[in-house]
Design a protein around this ligand. Sequence first.
Ligand SMILES: NC(=O)c1ccc[n+]([C@@H]2O[C@H](COP(=O)([O-])OP(=O)(O)OC[C@H]3O[C@@H](n4cnc5c(N)ncnc54)[C@H](OP(=O)(O)O)[C@@H]3O)[C@@H](O)[C@H]2O)c1
Length: 321
Amino acid sequence: MRAAQIVTCGRPPRVADRPAPSPEAGDRVVRVLAAPITPLDVLCAGGTSYFGTPDTPYVPGVQGVGTVGDGTLVWFPTDAGMAPGEGSMAEMACVPADDLVELPAGADPVAVAALGLSAVAAYMALTWRGELAAGEQVLVLGAGGVVGQAAVQLARVAGARRVVAAARSAAARERARRAGADAVVALDTDDVAELAARLSAACDGPVDLVLDPLFGVPAAAAARTLRPHGRLVNLGSSAGETCPLDSSTLRSRSLHVLGYTNTELTREQKAAAIGKIAELAAAGRLDAAHEAVPLEDVASAWHRQSTGATSGRLVLTPHPA
Ligand SMILES: NC(=O)c1ccc[n+]([C@@H]2O[C@H](COP(=O)([O-])OP(=O)(O)OC[C@H]3O[C@@H](n4cnc5c(N)ncnc54)[C@H](OP(=O)(O)O)[C@@H]3O)[C@@H](O)[C@H]2O)c1
């Protein structure tokens, strides 16, 4: 079968012929229809992530959508790059049957794959870790990324009264607007006080919950918009591995700064979240900008994801229609 494979960590994958998967007891072979290239795939394949350096060669891809058996549509996760084993960026993948999540008939494989674990993170960080309640005001940072676009829409689904978005590029701000944000703020300064003032001006009073895939200056500024006992859930560090959060902001309002990772979810939580994401997508209430790319073009697509030169999630299609 054709598959993308990482030969050298830190270099884009190349397409090669690989043996078809040989399932063990309890495994199913999935005919892969859609495999997104996500920040996590790039992080793991870089060889310097907290998961360690993966053995090479390996097939990357921590998730995908495909069919099993008589054509049942499923979403599936893999541990590729985080633990030994092969991932989703191939014509076929071998997955423990218990990990498969059946999707609603008629779901769009590419659209669901584009949302995937990024939307799961947005959903669970808002509702489970962030305990979003109906009527609250939410500030979403990095709102032009897949996590951010999903968070804007999912906050609305959860009953938020106002959703303010912040994003870096003009294109990202436009994606946030299309996702339905009530107001959109530019992240174009490293001055924490100035950014905090701009964010507060776009909000209707103090913020209840900040959803933060960025950290760095944007998170420090966003913390200053929170009400007493407000929550900030961090799930990524696209803007910085550290954050100039000042103690007076933190202690004067007894803020809750919370971390979130999908890896903490149980199989059942992950399956339920993907089911919800797919249901909302099928109902036209959730989507993320994306672009389908043939498997053969994985190297250039990977490079675009690594350098931020995309206008949405790039989704590989090993079996284009
Ligand atoms: N904790 C978890 O379980 C979990 C799960 C999924 C994702 N994540 C993390 O969440 C983050 C976002 O993921 P994603 O899937 O949304 O990624 P994505 O779709 O690739 O989007 C990344 C977004 O980050 C923005 N960005 C990058 N550098 C920035 C900076 N210095 N300042 C402001 N914005 C910046 C980009 O803005 P422009 O469009 O303006 O370039 C882009 O819109 C990643 O760090 C990812 O690893 C964590």
